[in-house]
Write a protein that binds this ligand. Structure first.
Ligand SMILES: O=C(CO)COP(=O)(O)O
Length: 222
């Protein structure tokens, strides 16, 4: 997955579930094609395969468990996500936190399967800790701003600049994304100007009257 990038996390919104996941992913594909901006989508697990079959943009899982094949009822196996068409996965989202050892375990599983790893963090210190585990991306998202409509790039710019400089020191190969409250082209531009290589977002697009128009605005200043 190349940067600058927009990753749209479908979470479990009704507006991005089932048939609507397919429609939303289709809109993302159209905007990516029209504008040339990299857009990836992270639908729910049940929607992974139909979405991955319908679009050419990268499709990510929202979570993978640190488990081997075998007896783990209800678990999410990395190999299953891969076979369903996932090009990578979010790891440790603030709505699906994991233990440090499990984060490392899942990063190494994704590496073996050639899947992209996007570790979510909540501040500069956890971003630094995640970067030491050598994922492909870290995505810093202050939890109190998630779903708030108040963009991290305006409310807490120091979290982005601090994360970028911490990752530069620890592992410059890791790309830093940011998220929480991002919805407009101005928010995304501010994130890029602060040194982020892209954004991870959800409600600003998913709950918009026209997600396609909201996406076009989001990428308009890239
Ligand atoms: O958690 C997020 C993306 O993973 C951010 O959510 P919002 O874009 O709704 O603030």
């Amino acid at each position: 997955m190349e940067t600058p990038i927009v990753i749209l996390n479908f979470k479990t919104y009704t507006e991005s579930t089932g048939k609507r996941a397919l429609e939303l992913a289709g809109a993302c594909q159209e905007v990516a094609d029209e504008t040339g901006v990299n857009i990836a989508v992270a639908p729910q697990h049940m929607d992974l395969q139909p979405v991955a079959e319908a679009v050419d943009i990268p499709v990510l899982a929202q979570h993978i468990d640190p488990i081997d094949a075998g007896g783990h009822t209800g678990g999410v196996l990395a190999e299953c996500a891969l076979e369903a068409g996932a090009a990578g996965t979010l790891i440790n989202h603030s709505e699906k936190r994991m233990k440090l050892a499990d984060i490392e375990n899942v990063i190494s599983r994704t590496r073996k399967l050639n899947m992209a790893s996007v570790v979510c963090t909540n501040n500069v210190s956890t971003t630094a800790a995640a970067a030491a585990l050598k994922p492909d991306f870290v995505a810093v998202e202050p939890p109190e701003l998630i779903g708030s409509g108040i963009p991290v790039s305006k409310a807490e710019p120091e979290v982005i600049t601090g994360s970028v400089s911490a990752v530069q020191d620890i592992n410059p190969d890791v790309s830093v994304l940011c998220g929480a409250g991002i919805s407009t082209g101005e928010d995304m531009r501010a994130a890029l100007d602060l040194g982020a290589e892209g954004v991870l977002l959800a409600s600003g697009i998913i709950l918009a009257e026209s997600p396609r128009d909201a996406l076009l605005d989001l990428v308009s200043k890239v």
